[in-house]
Ligand binder design. Structure first.
Ligand code: ZN
Ligand code: ZN
Length: 299
């Protein structure tokens, strides 16, 4: 099993453990806030399972039906995860509104509530550690699915922390209504996080260009390696998860042989592939009449 698949499978196991801990915390304390936190943990298990599917599908090589590979499956999974974070926010909004309407007496701190808070905090700690692991591997492998999963775990840690603090304060002030009020604030914060996850992944699905500094670097590499050619124009780059595609037109002198122009293309491709791991490059060779005097001008 590949390390990244092990990570995704680990997410599911950790998710089940955290869900069980939070559900137990809700049961012993009788708290609505802790119960909604447990429900939110259940969303994690589902999104981790989705991320695992995306990694397996995303790693499949190109085939006759999907000529450009399956890397976009990762972005699709990240969109679905973002949607689930939004759903969890909605769920907390709903619970908090209900609790605000019918405030329940919280269990006393020295009996059920204390144990519930400790259990919830331990589960939150497990989530935080696993979130850091996911973020590390997500950045290393440029996997939007893993990064979205890590983001979700961090939002859960904040939720748990907010709920524990809210319940402590509510118990101390003997004001059960405080707990749903703070839960509403946390739900808003989670909703923003879910929205960003969805929008970022949708941008990737729409063939997002790399940031300007990377485009600049690519232009410089082409300029350095294209000696013998006249210019390179219509450069287009798109990224889908861990895969990236680059294409451009290369204007060469009309009398240049196919062998000579192909040698220039190979030189540029070698330099770009050394820079961008696994990039797929297509170069269209053109005579001088096609020059646009824009893009990359070769000195
Ligand atoms: Zn052209
Ligand atoms: Zn070739």
């Amino acid at each position: 099993m590949k390390p990244i698949l092990k990570i995704a499978a680990g997410s599911i196991a950790v998710g089940v453990l955290v869900f069980a801990g939070k559900m137990l915390a809700a049961k012993v304390s009788g708290s609505t806030a802790l119960f909604s936190d447990a429900l939110e943990a259940l969303v994690n298990v589902a999104s981790s399972a989705l991320a695992l599917c995306a990694l397996i599908i995303g790693a499949k090589p190109a085939d006759e039906v999907h000529n450009y590979g399956h890397a976009k499956a990762e972005l699709l999974s990240a969109v679905a995860t973002g949607a689930m974070i939004l759903l969890a926010a909605l769920l907390i909004f709903h619970r908090a509104a209900l609790a605000l309407w019918h405030p329940q007496g919280l269990a006393a701190l020295e009996s059920g509530l204390g144990l519930g808070l400790v259990l919830n905090a331990v589960a939150g700690g497990v989530n935080a550690v696993w979130g850091l692991v996911l973020r590390h591997y997500g950045r290393k492998d440029r996997s939007p699915a893993l990064l979205a999963d890590a983001q979700h775990l961090f939002s859960d840690v904040l939720t748990s922390l907010g709920i524990v603090i809210a319940l402590l304060v509510a118990d101390w002030l003997r004001m059960p209504r405080l707990d749903p009020v703070i839960a509403l604030v946390i739900a808003a914060q989670i909703a923003v996080m879910g929205w960003h996850t969805v929008m970022r992944s949708i941008s990737g699905l729409l063939d997002e260009a790399p940031p300007p500094e990377i485009t600049e670097r690519i232009h410089n590499l082409v300029r350095e390696r294209a000696s013998g050619a006249i210019e390179a124009h219509d450069l287009r780059i798109r990224q889908a998860g861990h895969a990236s595609f680059l294409e451009f037109h290369l204007v060469v002198p009309g009398e240049m042989t196919v062998n000579e122009s192909h040698a220039i293309c190979d030189r540029i491709e070698a330099a770009l592939k050394a820079e961008m791991d696994g990039v797929i490059i297509t170069i269209h060779v053109e005579p001088p009449e096609k020059a646009k005097r824009e893009g990359v001008l070769v000195p």
